[in-house]
Design a protein. Sequence first.
Length: 296
Amino acid sequence: MSRPSRQFDTQTFAWSRADRRGDVTYRLLSHQPATRRAFTLVEALFSIGIFLLLIGLLTPAISSARGSARRTRCLTQLGGHMQVLASYAGDYRDAWPFAFDHARRTPPSTPHPGIRFWHPYNLIDGLWHLPVLDAYSDNPFHESLICPSDNGEMLATRQLAAEELGVDIDTVRSTLKYRLSMAMYLDSRALDPASPRFVPEFFVGQTQSAVTFPSSKAALYEDLALHDRSVPDLSQAAPPFLLTVAGADGAAKARNTSTMVPGIAFPGFFVPGFADQQAEANKLRFTPSGVFGRDW
């Protein structure tokens, strides 16, 4: 004999099954639909306030993480560039591949003779990569040559130069934000505060074997101007911050510029106080007791 089937509204009832001593019993549970209620204006504003507060608390942490990631990538890139320079020196009579002569002028013949230089007198330290472009697929704007902190300034500079020179942007070579240290091509006397000025005979290109203590010979560094720092007044010094530096042995690290000693002012090269140009003279003179321009 079959039992009559029972039908229930699944929106209102639910079956619950319990096993007690082998007997199966069924219990009918009542299920009432929940009443939906919208947020009041006060609750909505309170929720938005909480959300904005969380964003404010998390933003510095996110910014710090991004800065740390950029610096790590910068350290890796600088170390790789030093390996390229060392490889070049091994193939070319121990010489470093500097793209200028002792008087800080670009040579008349370059790997790309049709290239126009934008303010060449101010770009020397950023043209060190031109003789080694074969290591970068012959691309002077290879991704590894662009500092991770560059916010597009290089492209903007090239566009401005192309407009003023009336040439195609692909023929303009602006300076890299990875700069060559003066410690690699200046005679030590040129960094002596007693020296009245820099003269051409002081610009002596270094060789690989001339680096007695390569880990203390700063070779490449990241330019200061690309970190969106405002240029201070002439009477002010640049605020302390971390500067990524690579030594001649390929090691790279971040150093605080507060450990620098003051730069040397001399005619025709920089204006004391400007953050980016101050680094040109301060360049890697990190300890008052060390050899000027050599230790880091």
